[in-house]
Design a protein around this ligand. Structure first.
Ligand SMILES: Cc1cc2nc3c(=O)[nH]c(=O)nc-3n(C[C@H](O)[C@H](O)[C@H](O)COP(=O)(O)O)c2cc1C
Length: 191
């Protein structure tokens, strides 16, 4: 399994960092692209820079490197997740405006019929945001807002990150035991 992980400048960079760590543990090969603001928010919210994330990924690319392998459909990839997905990047992907490597890679994943999962982060949502999500959904993307459920009784931010990471892994049919499934015994924040 080989995935592109795109990080844009939405809040919730910790979701991306947690997901990269988990994908590494599960042996999934990851190719990382961060927008300029994505990189800024990772630094601001998590205190981490690109170098810190390198230990979890196979390869990372500059957001303006439109010559990178992941900019082409010839590069074999199983799919892509954009986490978190800012409203600007959401707009870019939903309209096919591929002026950086993240939006171009997402565009390529869609045109090749591969799986694209976007994890939008904003609240409240305007009609423009909602329309862009609808367009992207119609184009085949999975819209997975950063809204973790609380029925597994999470006790920490790590638990909440694990819930979202588990949802992303489920979308790609990657086996994991990060959280309980409804009807099974508790794991996250056991009561
Ligand atoms: C600390 C911080 C948090 C932000 N959180 C969000 C957010 O949750 N959602 C969003 O759409 N934009 C958010 N923004 C604004 C985006 O970073 C901004 O619109 C940027 O242009 C997005 O660019 P990108 O999509 O190329 O990363 C945030 C900005 C900062 C500085």
């Amino acid at each position: 399994m080989r995935l592109i992980v795109g990080i844009s400048g939405g809040s919730g960079a910790i979701y991306a960092v947690g997901l990269l760590q988990i994908l590494k543990l599960l042996g999934v090969e990851t190719h990382l692209v961060m927008t300029r603001m994505g990189e800024d928010v990772v630094k601001y919210e998590c205190g981490l820079d690109r170098g810190d994330l390198m230990e979890f990924v196979k390869q990372s690319y500059s957001y303006d490197d439109l010559y990178a392998p992941i900019a082409s459909g010839t590069f074999k990839i199983d799919g892509m997740v954009v986490i978190p997905c800012s409203m600007k990047t959401l707009a870019a992907i939903s309209t096919g405006y591929s002026d950086n490597l993240l939006s171009r890679s997402a565009d390529v994943v869609l045109k090749e019929g591969r799986k694209l999962v976007v994890v939008p982060r904003e609240t409240p949502l305007s009609t423009i945001h909602l329309r862009n999500m609808l367009e992207l959904s119609k184009a085949g993307a999975v819209i997975m807002p950063a809204t973790p459920g609380f029925y597994t009784n999470p006790q920490s931010i790590s638990d909440i990150v694990a819930i979202m990471a588990g949802k992303v892994l489920d979308a790609f049919n990657i086996e994991h035991d990060l959280t309980d499934r409804w009807g099974e015994e508790r794991k996250v924040g056991e009561r």
